[in-house]
Design a protein around this ligand. Structure first.
Ligand SMILES: C[S@@+](CC[C@H](N)C(=O)[O-])C[C@H]1O[C@@H](n2cnc3c(N)ncnc32)[C@H](O)[C@@H]1O
Length: 321
C-alpha cells in the first residue's frame, strides 16, 4: 500500500485539528474525515445496510442499471481512480465492464487503511485489473494515481456516495476545480450526490432506530480518547441530526448533556456548557441542476445524469472540457 511521506492522519495533525476545532469561539467543530478509523469504517459499512439509509442502495441501483453504458460513453480508461473508495463495493459494479479485454489499474484512495485492505481483498478476483491502494487524502491520492496513466490512456475518476455533500458549497466548487486540474481532456468523472427529498426521509437515515449513526458519531470522541489520550465520557454526549432547510443540509452534532471540562492528554482542555454542541458533519443535499451548476464552472461538461426513481439520488457523468 502506498504511504506517501506526510500521511495526513499523523497524530500531530489530528491533535492540531482537534485543538483548533474545539477551541473555536462560538460553534465548536470536528472534521468528519476523522470518523473513519477502523471502527468508524466498520460502523459506516453497517449504516449502509440500514433500511432507513437508502443512499447506498440508490447508488448501487444506478450502477447496476447504467455501468454497462460506461465503455460507450467513457471509452476504456487505462486507470480507474476512486476517491474515498471505502470497501470498493461500488467499483465492483463498474470495473468488469471496463476491464473486459482492456487491462486497467484500479487505484482506490482512502484515509482508512482498514477500508483499503477490505477493498483489495474483495476485488482481487476481478480479471484484468491491477489494484494499487493509496492511503492518502483525495487530491494527493489522485495526483499519485495519475502517475499510472498509460501513454494516450484515459482516467475514469469516481466520487460516489454523497461525499461531495460533506463540503461547504464553495469548498465543493474548489474541490471539483482541483480534481479537474489533475485530469486531462478525454478523462471522465462520475460524481454521485444525494438529492433533496421530504424531511422525514432525509432525517431518518441519520437518526436510525438501531442507534448505529449515534455510535458512528460518538466514535469520533472515542477515537480522540484512544489516539490522543483525551477524557471524553461518551455518556455525557447525545447524538443529534437536524435538517437546516435554508442551507439544504443535514447537520450532525454531539450535544453535551452537562457542563464539563475535557482534557486532551494534559496538552489542552475543552470547556463545554450544558446543551452546547460539537458540529461533526454536514451532508448537503442537491437538486440535479445544482450538481451541474458546480461541475460546469470547474471545467466539466455534464454528459448525462442518472436519477434513481426510488430514493432521489443522482449520478452525473462529467467529461473534462
Ligand atoms: C461516506 S464513506 C463513502 C464510501 C464509498 N465511497 C461509498 O460510496 O460507499 C467516505 C469514505 O471516504 C473516506 N474519506 C473521508 N475523507 C477523506 C479524505 N479527505 N481523503 C480520502 N478519503 C477520505 C473515508 O475514510 C470513507 O471510507
Amino acid at each position: 500500500m502506498m504511504r506517501p511521506p506526510g500521511h495526513p492522519i499523523s497524530v500531530s495533525e489530528f491533535e492540531a485539528d482537534v485543538r483548533a476545532g474545539l477551541s473555536k469561539p462560538g460553534q465548536k467543530e470536528l472534521y468528519s474525515k476523522y470518523f473513519y478509523d477502523d471502527l468508524g469504517s466498520a460502523l459506516f459499512e453497517a449504516i449502509t445496510l440500514l433500511p432507513e439509509y437508502g443512499l447506498t442502495r440508490a447508488d448501487l441501483r444506478l450502477l447496476r442499471e447504467h455501468a454497462h453504458e460506461l465503455p460507450e460513453r467513457a471509452g476504456y480508461p487505462s486507470v480507474v481512480v476512486e476517491l474515498g473508495s471505502g470497501s470498493g463495493d461500488k467499483a465492483r459494479e463498474i470495473i468488469p465492464y471496463l476491464a473486459a479485454g482492456h487491462p486497467i489499474t484500479y487505484c482506490p484512495i482512502d484515509l482508512s487503511g482498514a477500508a483499503l485492505s477490505r477493498c483489495q481483498r474483495d476485488l482481487d478476483d476481478i480479471r484484468n485489473i491491477k489494484i494499487v491502494p493509496i492511503e492518502d487524502s483525495y487530491v494527493e491520492g489522485l495526483a499519485s494515481a495519475s502517475k499510472f496513466r498509460k501513454p494516450g490512456g484515459a482516467i475514469l475518476a469516481l466520487f460516489l456516495g454523497s461525499s461531495i455533500g460533506n463540503f461547504e458549497p464553495p469548498v465543493a466548487q474548489a474541490f471539483l476545480s482541483t480534481v479537474r486540474e489533475n485530469l486531462q481532456p478525454g478523462d471522465v468523472f462520475l460524481l454521485s450526490a444525494d438529492l433533496v427529498k421530504p424531511f422525514d426521509r432525509m432525517l431518518a437515515g441519520y437518526n436510525d432506530s438501531l442507534g448505529l449513526t449515534s455510535a458512528f458519531n460518538l466514535n469520533l470522541l472515542a477515537r480522540i480518547n484512544r489516539e490522543l489520550g483525551a477524557s471524553f465520557d461518551l455518556n455525557k454526549f447525545q447524538h443529534e441530526a437536524r435538517y437546516n432547510e435554508s442551507e439544504q443540509r443535514i447537520e450532525m452534532h454531539l450535544r453535551s448533556r452537562t457542563e464539563q471540562t475535557i482534557s486532551v492528554n494534559g496538552n489542552f482542555t475543552v470547556e463545554l456548557q450544558e446543551g452546547e454542541t460539537i458540529w461533526t458533519e454536514s451532508s448537503y443535499k442537491f437538486l440535479p441542476d445544482q450538481v451541474r451548476a458546480i461541475a460546469e464552472p470547474a471545467g466539466f461538461r455534464c454528459e448525462i445524469q442518472w436519477v434513481d426513481s426510488e430514493w432521489p439520488f443522482a449520478q452525473s457523468l462529467l467529461r473534462v472540457r
